[in-house]
Ligand binder design. Structure first.
Ligand code: M6R
Length: 588
């Protein structure tokens, strides 16, 4: 949720840290801070706001020194204030700390430290790490020992980097990522490879509880008891650094427009890897899909197409609920975890629990070096490039494209996705070409207080996804409803102020939807039809091309992405960075 970066090198470090934080800002963007070490003195500047704004007001890039740490925050404990922004110190300015995660036992630790005379300046859980380090460092003046002792006291999840005034950087992780980027004249320590990717394509992924200590010349890694350990150097893909907006005004719009390309990429998998993936699925007795948010909606579509084409039953459970639904999970089960980032805490927790129960783990990720990919028995990557916009767009259609390819293999080509994906590319291009029409729809409904989105069968997950996009980007209450459920309750909400969007391509659900639309119209609501076939019942019609039935989810989601994007603009909201959210939700 937060991003952390440490850097030790020969360059002036502050501009490097600021650029790194901008690249990782998707992880959290409440507040920003930097600490640099110059002539044995640590200085800090921090404040509330986006990296560029805080840099402008505090001149972060002018901070002197070749060693430093930086942080962007997504608040968990303590409000969004300057004093709660990282880095944090102990009582003296000898050690500065940036942290990502949640220290669950911070209250007890704080009480103990206050009793020992420590004075706290913030309301965060993170500050206890700085005081613990200070306490243990004072005893032996040994940074490594201070980190080892500190980590043994922490409960919860953490990745932290500390800057010691002697010019060393040290840190550790537990269930939050921390990655080393070795460069010619120093090291990066970061929560994401994007933190250092322009400088090196080599990465060292720390294991849980590993401890890292670096100075300019040496990297030392230890286990939690201080025994030296080695971790391999991994080559990562440079392309991940490509995160400019190109000709688009926002990353979100660019990513929406990339979808014709990314669904093709996601459907192009290494033959051996996809065969291995399918073999594990076929060898299992029970299949579970899990994911959070948008990735959960992919899981719902996956369950549907697996049953329809491969005649295989599966369960889809949202990751935050997974731990309560484990009764039939055992060593003959497989859990397919779907996650763009591969770092979502709820997903990782589900995987850990399933592993403990003996289940096999398959995953679908966008980041092949993510924690999820690394703990899976087999994984496939959608390879859609970095998705910077907090709202998942191209990763969703990428996940679906990959899932359709997998199901196609499981049912000997009955989906005919080889031809299907080409059909989709054309159809999505058509929808993208009608962007200004959809923008006009946004103008007409910009003042809506409530938007209901209805769909049946395979369209229901898209109703949920469409509503999620509108909620998170435009801050309008939106609800996805299974159309057949309307008369069992939701109809009571409908009146002349309601906007109801019906996902209604010409397939087996069409006639029933038209009947529902009339029931809604009789209550005075405005009806928007998303379909390949116009109908008198619609007040507003959003045309999508006809494609074969099973493929509609990948197509019909696109108008909702565009609609949510323009609604956000009409509300003067930055669509790339919606309030209160973060791209990567690494806390439970
Ligand atoms: O990285 P993941 O796919 O695991 O993320 C899961 C959700 O946090 C994510 O899809 C979230 O719901 C998006 N902001 C939705 O647009």
């Amino acid at each position: 949720m937060c991003s952390i970066i440490g850097c030790i090198g020969r360059l002036n470090v502050a501009p490097v840290l600021v650029e790194s934080l901008k690249r990782m800002e998707y992880r959290g963007y409440d507040s920003v801070g930097i600490a640099t070490i110059d002539n044995g003195r640590i200085s800090t500047r921090k404040g509330v706001g986006r990296v560029a704004d805080v840099d402008k007001s505090l001149n972060l890039i002018m901070m002197p020194g070749q060693i430093g740490i930086g942080h962007t925050r997504w608040a968990t404990h303590g409000g969004v204030t300057d004093k709660n922004a990282h880095p944090h110190y102990g009582c003296r300015a000898e050690i500065a700390v940036v942290h990502n995660g949640i220290v669950e036992n911070y209250k007890e630790l704080k009480e103990e430290l206050v009793h020992l005379g420590h004075e706290f300046k913030s309301d965060t859980d993170s500050e206890v790490i700085a005081h613990l380090l200070e306490q243990y460092y004072a005893e032996q003046k040994d940074g490594t020992q201070a980190i080892i002792k500190t980590c043994k006291r922490l409960k919860g999840t953490y990745a932290f980097v500390a800057a010691f005034e002697d010019g060393t950087l040290g840190g550790s992780r537990y269930d939050e990522p921390l990655i080393i980027g070795p460069v010619e004249d120093g090291y990066f320590i970061s929560s994401d490879i994007l933190g250092f990717l322009p400088y090196t394509d080599k990465a060292i992924f720390l294991d849980n509880k590993d401890i890292v200590v670096v100075d300019r010349h040496r990297l030392k890694l230890y286990d939690s008891d201080g025994n030296p350990v080695n971790r391999p150097v991994t080559q990562v893909a440079w392309e991940l650094a490509a995160i400019d907006k190109g000709k688009f005004t926002h990353h979100t719009l660019k990513e929406i427009h990339e979808q014709p390309h990314t669904i093709m990429i996601a459907a192009t998998q290494n033959r051996e890897k996809i065969n291995d993936f399918c073999r594990i699925l076929l060898d299992s007795k029970t299949i579970y899909f899990t994911g959070s948010g948008t990735s959960y909606h992919s899981a719902l579509v996956a369950k549907h197409i697996l049953a329809r084409f491969a005649k295989i039953r599966a369960e889809s459970i949202m990751s935050s609920e997974f731990q309560y639904a484990l009764d039939s999970l055992d060593s003959s089960s497989v859990l397919v975890a779907i996650s763009q980032s591969g770092e979502t805490a709820d997903v990782l927790q589900s995987v850990k629990t399933a592993k403990q129960m003996g289940a096999k783990i398959l995953s679908i990720v966008n980041i092949p070096t993510s924690s999820l990919a690394r703990i899976s028995d087999s994984f496939l990557s959608i390879d859609c490039g970095p998705e910077v916009g907090v709202a998942a767009t191209k990763s969703f259609t990428g996940q679906l494209s990959l899932l359709y390819s997998v199901v196609d293999r499981l049912c000997n080509g009955r989906v005919d996705y080889e031809a299907g994906k080409l059909e989709l590319v054309d159809a999505i291009n058509d929808v993208l070409a009608s962007e200004t029409e959809i923008e006009k729809v946004a103008d007409r409904i910009r003042d809506a207080k409530d938007i209901y989105i209805m769909g049946r069968s395979i369209h229901y997950p898209i109703a949920l996804e469409g509503a999620l996009k509108i909620k998170e980007l435009a801050y309008i209450h939106a609800e996805g409803i299974a159309a057949g459920e309307l008369k069992h309750g939701p109809l009571a909400l409908i009146d002349k102020n309601s906007i109801v969007v019906i996902i209604n391509p010409r397939d087996g659900t069409f006639d029933d939807n038209i009947a529902s639309a009339h029931e809604i119209k009789a209550r005075g609501a405005t009806i928007i039809g998303v379909s390949d076939e116009p109908n008198d019942v619609y007040d507003i019609f959003v045309r999508i091309p006809s494609v074969r039935d099973a493929l509609y989810p990948l197509l019909e989601v696109v108008p909702f992405q565009i609609l949510a994007y323009y609604l956000a603009l009409r509300k003067s909201v930055d669509p790339d960075y919606p309030r209160n959210l973060a791209k990567s939700v690494t806390v439970k």
